[in-house]
Design a protein around this ligand. Sequence first.
Ligand code: AMP
Ligand code: ZN
Length: 488
Amino acid sequence: MELRLYDTLTRDKRPFTPLDPANVRMYVCGPTVYDFAHIGNARPVIVFDVLFRLLRHLYGEAHVKYVRNITDVDDKINDRAARDYPGLPLNEAIRKVTEQTERQFHDDVDALGCLRPTVEPRATEHIGEMRSIIEKLVAGGFAYVEQDHVLFSPSAMNAANGVLPRYGSLANRSLDEMIAGARVDVAPYKRDATDFVLWKPSKPGEPSWPSPAGIATPGRPGWHIECSAMSWKHLGETFDIHGGGIDLVFPHHENEVAQSCCAFHTSRMAQTWMHNGFLQVEGEKMSKSLGNFLTIADQRDHWGPAVLRLNMLKTHYRQPIDWTQHSLSETGRELDRWFEFLEKTPGGDASSASAVVSALMDDLNSSAAITALRALFRERNAAGLRSGLDLLGVPVGREFVQGRKHFRLYAEAGSIAVVGGTATFNIGPKSTNQADIQRLIDARTAARANKDWKESDRIRDELAAMGVVLKDGKDADGKPVTTWEIAR
Ligand code: AMP
Ligand code: ZN
């Protein structure tokens, strides 16, 4: 069985052969750290985490290097810093914004069960590499200096002979069309409308570094050069896989290819280009103005990480996803059944999820992998189900909410362990005093009769913390009754 991946550049699905199987290399564009990550941003993080897990499974953990950068220099960061901390010097405000956002991003993606990449380089720590690529591009005639900017010229690239790819080939656009379609009122420092910025001057107070190419004014890099520099530093001039969301194909990835191939005289930056499709919310594009902007943090608190992750993987990564309450609830119900079964069926041989592996070998078909999980559940194959969920990175264990925090319950011999965030603590023996539980349930029933929802929720949470799960229903006469069980 071989791994086959779809390549955006060649628009076909091919067997994946790493340049060096002892060192399989993948780069994924990471977040620009100025705002909370939204649930759409979680998609590439989860998708490429599954690919990372699969590659580790195939080539060995020590032989896969995954680099995902953090963009901590960008005009959007400067604007946010000036808006949120008007009293602080800009550079201090920027540090506050980037540190906070980076911490939040890590909390979010850790909670979603994503492994940390092997390296998470920050753009501001790679300015030297950016300057050095820019120098190579200017020396090679692919870039020029104008009004303290350095611009890359796609026309110069396409005029060059040799191994270089054609500018526009990743996005499947012709440069002539792009030139014809470009607006006439281009920036005064650009020779051609399609030229893009590698380096630009900074105003006093803005983040700045000594400029390349003999420019006296200090400046800062453009966005695209950051990824060419960080992937070069950590993965080399060419590597195996480059990923990101579909919106990054043009101009970001097209420009990365142009910079890296022209600087290093190579025909390929990455052997395989992979792009995830977009996520919509209840059939609409997510946007702040529509009020349907869902942060990972809110979604995580509401649904719990296992539901978010499995729901994301139900759709193949290249298809668009419609993120709906309906499908999240369905995913939650399905996981409940699986977790209940797994809790009752411990142990087993963990090597039996081959159908899940084969599904993922076909261009990361996570949707077929989930169909395989369903079959394992139907066959009552606990070990297979557990190892399949593990390969998809879905944290196993029943979840419950207390306050705004999610916990997972594990049944251990004689006690119940509750895992919340990174802490694990025992919440006592399974033989919780039944009279105490009944007393609390009666108090809650009384509170509900008085429509004191706050108190009734408080008691439900107190019971949940004891590992007791309540089920509200009606008896034969239609009177509300509450039954309970120890979450196992
Ligand atoms: P950004 O912060 O916008 O640069 O995006 C970070 C990553 O999230 C990129 O790989 C984007 O392609 C991806 N992304 C942003 N919005 C969505 C969305 N609605 N659906 C899927 N991926 C997205
Ligand atoms: Zn990038």
